[in-house]
Each structure stands twice: as C-alpha cells, then as structure tokens.
Design a protein around this ligand. Structure first.
Ligand SMILES: O=c1ccn([C@@H]2O[C@H](COP(=O)(O)OP(=O)(O)O[C@H]3O[C@@H](CO)[C@H](O)[C@H]3O)[C@@H](O)[C@H]2O)c(=O)[nH]1
Ligand SMILES: [Mn+2]
Length: 357
C-alpha cells in the first residue's frame, strides 16, 4: 500500500523565509503549498503603525522599524529605512542555517510544461549540491539528474566546493535598471532557460534580492544590503552591493555562487522615473566600484566571513571614500552591521572563532 505519510519538506526546521514588505501579504496564498511548512520572518518597512495582514496558517515573526530600533539600539542606523534593503535585518535575527528571501510581488511561475515551479525546493537543491567555481562545466550543473562533468573536466576538481548562494531569476518583469526599463517599457522576459550555473571564481555578477537563497552559516555576515533609501543618496543598489561583497569573499574562502533556476513570476514593474532618481548616482559610481571589487584581494589571515568583511570595509573607506563621503559612511555601517550581527549571533561571532573555538 502506498504510504499516505507526506514527506517532511526539505530543511523545514533549518530555513527561514525573509520577506521585506510595505503591504498586506496576500501573495502568500499562491505560495501556500510550498511555504506553509516554513517559518517566515517579515520585515515591515515604512510606517510601523500600519498593520500588515498575513494570511491565516503561516508561522511567522514580524519586525517593524520600532522593533529594529528596540533590538539594535544605535546600531539600527545600519539598517535602511524605506528601501527593500531593510530585509537584511531578517537575515541577522534568524537562527536558521539557510535563508530564502523573496519580494511580495513575486508569484509562482510555471515551467514550459505548465507546472507550478516550487522555487524554494530548487534553491534548496542548489544549496545542498556543490558548486564548481574553478573550472566551467559546459553542460552546466554536473550534479543535476541526467547531467555530469564533460570530457576534459579535471577529476581533481569534480568534488566541487560548498555552495553559499543560490540566485534565482524572474519571468515577466525582468530586473532592469531604470534607463533600460524606460527605453523598453513593454519588454517581458518570456525565456525559460533550464539551467543552473556556478559563477566562475574571479567573476562578479549583479545579484538581485528578489528571489535569492543562501547558506547563512557560510556567508550570512557578508549579506549586508547597505545604506539605501531614506536619507541616502542612492537606492536599488542594496542587493548589488551585497552581491559584490559576497562574491569577493566567496572567491577568497573557496565557496560557490550559483545562478539560474528557479524562476519566479515578477508581477509588477516599479516606477522607472522613481527608480532613476534612486539609481542614477549608482549608474556612474559603479564604473569605479566594479574595478575596485575586481581588484580586491583579502589577506590569507582573513579566514572567517566577519574578518573578511571587516577587511573589505577598510578597503572601501581607503579606496572609495574619495568618490563620495557616502562610502565612508557605508564602510562604517559595514562595521556596525558586523558588530550587530555578532551581538545577535554570539555562537558564530568572529572573536570566538578567531580564538580557535
Ligand atoms: O520602500 C520600500 C519599497 C519596497 N519594499 C519591499 O521590497 C520589495 C521590492 O519592492 P518592489 O517590488 O516594489 O521593487 P522592485 O523594483 O521590483 O525591487 C527589486 O529591485 C531591487 C530594489 O532594491 C530589489 O532587490 C528587487 O526586489 C517588496 O517586497 C516591497 O514590499 C520595501 O520593503 N520598502
Ligand atoms: Mn518588484
């Protein structure tokens, strides 16, 4: 007789779903079959007096700005306000090994066969299988059912390395910057590419926070989404900044970053004129930021994420502070973030690890 016992969802008690929001979370209804078994961490941005409605049946904790200020005190200054960057507070308060973060305008997408895509399940597969940053496999993910390493792939490298980040994509509204969206307002992404790839060592990438999962124990302290939104000269570079920092650190520590499946359905385009105002400084600053991250090297003494991140903060201040004083403030905020992280996560703080415990 077929077992009637439903299998326990993978990583049910080891993964938190982090959602930044300014609205009611009706979108969860569509995700219920996939998300209901998991704990949600909702980071409410904007007016803390607004009540965010969460559909019945979900296990969640919700933090608004008052909570962030109460928990972090003066260190709350490193958490952005009025920008989706606030989501990183959820990474800090989580106690789980894995994080999946998703925007509240991202819905369940369908694959070419018309089946609903369980994005969370695919991210978990990506995180639980190794990455291959040192040598590119031309048949894409070699650990996937029905694929393997191709001829000429060194056997010494086939064990791969631990995967720290799984970067998913989006059907319908693509994650375009404002200038691109302005010239192509009706462009929609209809192309479902059935592939997962490791981003090679030494290569940066534009990390989007819309559909992202990561191993919090491997790379969590570096997943700071920076100073964005209210009172800041820039927005919509939160995930990009984090992506450049984590990739430099993953390359240094020999960890993997994957991109590709899963897809979500991005339902709504944000206003390109509002976005242009948020992005424009970033569009020219990044022509200096990218060479900085491409050239960034970390000393071999940096063996923990925290020590790597503190070293990166020092280099940001030394080399980017002259572009704009914003980067001096950002470098300081990076240190505040790590101090706050270690305060809330004493078991993994760099001090303890550096004493060899
Ligand atoms: O002030 C705000 C605005 C929004 N949010 C929440 O953040 C996400 C994303 O918001 P939205 O879908 O409106 O914006 P997008 O332009 O599509 O976001 C993408 O661009 C990047 C901007 O940094 C980001 O990585 C992508 O998500 C929603 O859940 C909003 O509710 C907020 O918290 N505060
Ligand atoms: Mn969106």
């Amino acid at each position: 007789m077929a077992s009637s016992v439903t299998p326990t969802p993978l990583l049910k008690d080891e993964l938190d779903i982090v959602i930044p929001t300014i609205r009611n979370l009706d979108f969860l209804e569509m995700w219920r079959p996939f998300f209901q078994p998991y704990h949600l961490i909702i980071v409410q941005d904007g007016d803390p007096s607004k009540v965010i409605k969460v559909p019945e049946g979900f296990d969640y904790e919700l933090y608004n700005r008052n909570d962030i200020n109460r928990i972090l005190g003066p260190k709350a200054s490193c958490i952005s306000f009025k920008d989706s960057a606030c989501r990183c507070f959820g990474y800090m308060v989580s106690k789980k090994k894995y994080i999946f973060t998703i925007d509240d305008d991202c819905f369940v997408a369908k694959d070419p066969s018309g089946n609903d895509i369980n994005a969370l399940e695919q991210h978990i597969k990506n995180l639980l299988s190794p990455s291959t940053p040192f040598f590119f496999n031309t048949l894409y993910d070699p650990y996937r059912e029905g694929a393997d390493f191709v001829r000429g792939y060194p056997f010494s490298l086939r064990e791969g390395v631990s995967t720290a980040v799984s970067h998913g994509l989006w059907l319908n509204i693509p994650d375009y910057d404002a200038p691109t969206q302005l010239v192509k307002p009706r462009e929609r992404n209809t192309r479902f590419v059935d592939a997962v790839m490791t981003i090679p060592k030494g290569t940066l990438f534009p990390m989007c926070g819309m559909n992202l999962a990561f191993d919090r124990e491997l790379i969590g302290p570096a997943m700071y989404f920076g100073l964005m939104g209210d009172g800041q000269p820039i927005g919509r570079y939160d995930d990009m900044w984090a992506g450049w920092c984590i990739k430099v650190i993953c390359d240094h520590l020999g960890l993997g970053v994957k991109t590709g499946l899963p897809y979500i359905w991005h339902s709504k385009a944000s206003n390109p004129f509002v976005n242009l105002k948020k992005e424009y400084k970033g569009i020219y600053w990044q022509e200096e930021l990218i060479p900085f991250f491409q050239a960034a090297t970390l000393p071999k003494e940096c063996t923990t994420v925290q020590s790597c991140y503190k070293e990166l903060s020092k280099q940001v201040k030394a080399k980017l502070g002259k572009i704009d004083d914003y980067f001096n403030k950002l470098a300081d905020a990076m240190l505040t973030w790590i101090e706050a992280w270690d305060e809330l996560n004493p078991s993994t703080s760099s001090q303890k690890l550096s004493n060899g415990k």
